[in-house]
Design a binder for this molecule. Sequence first.
Ligand code: ADP
Ligand code: ASP
Ligand code: MG
Length: 433
Amino acid sequence: MPGPAPPGPYNLVVTKPAAEYETVSTVHGDEGQRVLGTVVMKFGGTSVGDPEKITNVARRLVAARDRGVRVVGVVSAMGHTTDELLELAHEVSPQPDPRELDMLLSVGERISCALVAMAIDALGREAVSLTGSQAGIITDTVHTKAKIVEVRARRIHEALDEGRIVLVAGFQGMSTGLDITTLGRGGSDTTAVALAAALGADACEIYTDVEGVYTADPRVVPDARKLHAVSYEEMLEMAASGAKVLQLRSVEFARNHGVKLHVRSTFSDEPGTWITEEDERMEKAMISGVTHTVEEAVYRVQGATPADLFAALAEKNVNVDTIIQTGTDVIVFSAPLDDRGATAGTLDDLGATWSERDDLGKISIVGAGMKSHPGIASRTFATLHDLAVEPQFISTSPIKIAFYVPHAELERVVKTLHAVFDLGSPDAERRHG
Ligand code: ADP
Ligand code: ASP
Ligand code: MG
């Protein structure tokens, strides 16, 4: 829970978990005092991968400033820095202390943030770089996957008022216990959206290494199409099920605070994908995409009640996804591979009998039009039947059908379903008009 709100008009206070996606909720603060002409621009790891790219990012930020808007840049760590820091930690300790891990991982974003500020300076404009804590990003105390509970944006406003471009190190904050925290993999997206909400920005632009949100991961399905528009609900489902182009929590923030999100390429000026309220294009198009993930393990548990089991997992901050109860005594659920140690420890502590599978990948078909168009499930499962693949642990929401298949079958099934639902055709793109 957030600590007491400090004085001043620029506070964003996130009070209680949202019902459906458990993390963020209402802003109390300056939504009524939106400052027009503010933009938050976030650049991912590939976008700041080397000095030349850093200078290009600086140029983009300067160009936006020169159009007369107040500019906040949020940057990720350069290239694979976060992975390298994680490896380094594991070389000195089999189970790095989470607090110390956060101290280490937060450094990646500080490096790129300072370098972009220097590059802006070299272009003759004024910039200032801030760590997450200097920028007033206050989180809960859960190390390595902290949630933002409040943004105290006074210092950012002051720098913007002085005409500076403000660079904020993504993926990190300071906990209510005054420790450095990080926000989970992909967390710079959430830094950017939370800042856009707190600053009342006109839009949050997410610059990345693909041109937008696609009908499937373009690295797996070569004929995937860039979507022109995706609803918040669709994007939540896609982000929750493997479309890592946006961190799930960033989409929750955007939806809950009405932040307009534009996902686009760092390397071109093409318009990308707008994440917006649902409109008739989405309804008509039925399916927005086919997503997949191999980053989950599936657990089969006996000898624990659902109440005890999920309370114990929540206590350890394990993000449980699919839950299926089969029979009276067997519970099947999935959880991130990253939470493997915590999950195993919890199940042992409960004295449950359990087994784990890490050879399954989850495929999800997502689309707002599913609500009003029957037949998506039957086409999906007929396709799997034709491919002689047996889906496991099927689950649904009003706009999603998800199931698990063995890793070895994953790509073939994703590609086939993408083709069956005609997602490679220009119609899938949801252009206006
Ligand atoms: P960044 O470093 O900019 O944050 P990420 O690697 O986190 O970038 O996210 C971008 C990647 O997400 C793309 O390179 C792409 O491979 C992957 N991705 C997975 N699914 C999708 C999708 N449906 N649309 C776009 N990108 C996707
Ligand atoms: N650098 C962090 C990561 O690799 C955060 C981010 O890129 O958004 O997950
Ligand atoms: Mg990312």
